[in-house]
Design a protein around this ligand. Structure first.
Ligand code: ATP
Ligand code: ZN
Length: 303
């Protein structure tokens, strides 16, 4: 029986985020943008939710999947790399899935990659046969090697994986890469991608059946509202009636123009655009008869 079905009903939602590190600030900012605020506790490990009954637990990122599995926390912001590693490790010892990614959050992007000494002439995965590969992601690496039909030795290290080849602990590594600067500084080059990762909101596989379910649904809806509006811009302008068709043709990627009554024979027009509206594009619209052009960022939306 899973922890979530045996746990007593709770009416406050608990979210685990990284205490400090790459995901700590963006996770807090995102949850604050969803309308959450907290009273900081003295020990700073537990933040009591003020605006809504949603509390924060500040922990190491490695602990987040386990906290969800044990029902201590309901949600967590964690790298897909960490979530996937721990999910695979659970499966390897015959445990059932206990958490799942619910939403990609668009930050903390990185790749889990195989990196080899710069002087290697990379010919493909068969070069890994019989080699020792240092990594902090043994379960993902083992599954990938198996899928590729490569027999190699996985050397598990908890940190400083990139110096393993220099120390002679392994010939090559499997580690997270974002800019590639750390690899280059250690005379390594990335050659294969095992996983494209980003921060995700993780939650339990079993649905909650008390007051927390409604809170979770509300939070997910607000998150969706934020990600939908991120690239949206409201474009407003006025134009003479005879220019409207030409202007609409210049905006093929926008929603159909909405017409509002304007002053002095002009029509007020507005539309929602996805992506950036360059100065050049605005000037083009102006030449086609648009006046008083305004581009407004969309802050929130519920759809
Ligand atoms: P903790 O003390 O919480 O265990 P940590 O050292 O394991 O911290 P960070 O280095 O802060 O963790 O990385 C957290 C997450 O940030 C990673 O699991 C990964 O999802 C993401 N990330 C993005 N880019 C990188 C990168 N270049 N190297 C490592 N992690 C990265
Ligand atoms: Zn960690």
């Amino acid at each position: 029986m899973s922890a979530s079905t045996t746990a007593p009903a709770r009416d406050r939602l608990r979210i685990a985020i990284q205490k400090s590190g790459r995901l700590a600030d963006p996770a807090r900012s995102l949850l604050a943008a969803c309308g959450l605020s907290w009273r900081q506790s003295r020990d700073k490990l537990f933040c009591f939710g003020e605006s809504l009954p949603v509390d924060l637990l500040l922990v190491r990122d490695d602990d987040i999947p386990g906290l969800i599995a044990d029902g201590v926390c309901d949600l967590g912001v964690v790298g897909l790399n960490e979530l996937d590693e721990q999910a695979k490790a659970r499966r390897q010892i015959g445990l059932a899935d206990a958490y799942q990614p619910l939403r990609g959050l668009g930050f903390g992007s990185c790749r889990l990659m195989i990196a080899v000494p710069e002087e290697w002439d990379w010919q493909g995965v068969q070069m890994l046969q019989g080699k020792r590969i240092a990594t902090s992601y043994p379960a993902i690496l083992a599954a990938w090697l198996k899928e590729k039909g490569v027999d190699a030795q996985v050397v598990e290290l908890s940190g400083s994986v990139e110096i393993a080849p220099k120390l002679g602990t392994a010939e090559l590594i499997c580690d997270l890469v974002s800019s590639g600067a750390t690899l280059a500084a250690n005379q390594l080059k990335p050659v294969e991608t095992l996983l494209e990762s980003e921060a995700v909101l993780a939650g339990p596989v079993n649905e909650l059946d008390d007051a927390r379910a409604g809170l979770m649904a509300m939070l997910l809806r607000r998150l969706d509202g934020l990600s939908k509006t991120q690239d949206q811009k409201l474009l407003m302008f006025s134009a003479a009636e005879e220019s409207v068709d030409a202007l609409a043709r210049l905006l093929p990627d926008a929603e159909p123009l909405l017409r509002l009554p304007g002053a002095g024979g002009a029509v007020r027009l507005q539309t929602m655009c996805n992506g950036a509206l360059s100065w050049q594009r605005l000037e083009e619209l102006e030449r086609a008869g648009a006046q008083g052009l305004m581009v407004l960022a969309v802050e929130k939306s519920l759809v």
